[in-house]
Design a protein around this ligand. Sequence first.
Ligand code: ZN
Length: 351
Amino acid sequence: MPVVWSDLHGSHDPGGEIWVGVHTPGTELPARADAIRAELADAGAAFVDAERQPDEALHAVHDAGLTDYLARAWEDWNGAGLPDDPGQDRVVPYLFPDPSLFSGFPPTIAASPTARAGQFAYDTMTLVGPGTWEAARAALDTAVTAAGLAARGDGPAYALTRPPGHHATRSAFGGSCYLNNSAAAAARLRRDTGARVAVIDIDAHHGNGTQAIFWDDSEVLTGSVHVDPGAGWFPHFLGFASETGRDGSNRNLPLAPGAGDDAWLAAVAELAGWARERGAGALVVALGVDAAAGDPESPLRVSANGYRAAGRELGDLGLPTVVVQEGGYDLAAIGRLVREALEGLEEGMRA
Ligand SMILES: [Zn+2]
């Protein structure tokens, strides 16, 4: 299947994370996309350059407030001299305008770039540097280009997106995500095919951004299997089975830490069956490979064979399909895991 790609991913270097007030190295690195690309090149994949998409693709899933902010965030930060004084070369929020401050009226957009960051970021881990906007925009273009290919009916397409996207909501960024690539792919599939679209998110973490974007939209089903937020895992506040969306169009299947192939594949099969029953006519697979045993960001223990089997299960739906890369942080393993999932998907479609 075609692998859609953009060199611009490399312009985003978050430079680590601020977690519990401490600067840590972080794991969302440019080397991730390069490792996946190298493995797929070895497998003989055909690479397609992402096409720049009109702003309409962006605004199908994001408010202009967020995109206007992100497009200027680093420039404004740098222009205010913050890399020199106090010496912070990434955009880091320090103040979050909690709704209870405002008695129902909308907050003013803060004049200071230091405060503005907290109006659009919901955590302190998702830092903005000089090339972040260009890379995030290119990742969305990559996903939408792949969706356009899949919608033509020539078979599935894979979007090798970085930074990831599934934690970004309509108006806020977080969880190492800036723009929601999987959601943008779903919106494009919906537009081009006219069919009901299912987004099945098999990243180790709940796809909270995608859930929020389509919560009221019964024409885009959102399902996610992930480590149980109730056991203390990101995104902590969301991802519970009780979150069912409007008309039951959202489905969450949280798993206990330590869950492996059996429990995880049963959940993937349940989501696939649910999408089928609900009449999905097109599919987005939000492919995080961080559910694998050995990944530093999750306690799930899925094997490479498990990823291949998940690919087969989802390919067996036989729908126009776009696979969008989400998480996966074990640099030595992620290329193979993605390859197994994509080859499994192709096997499932042929069966
Ligand atoms: Zn993840």
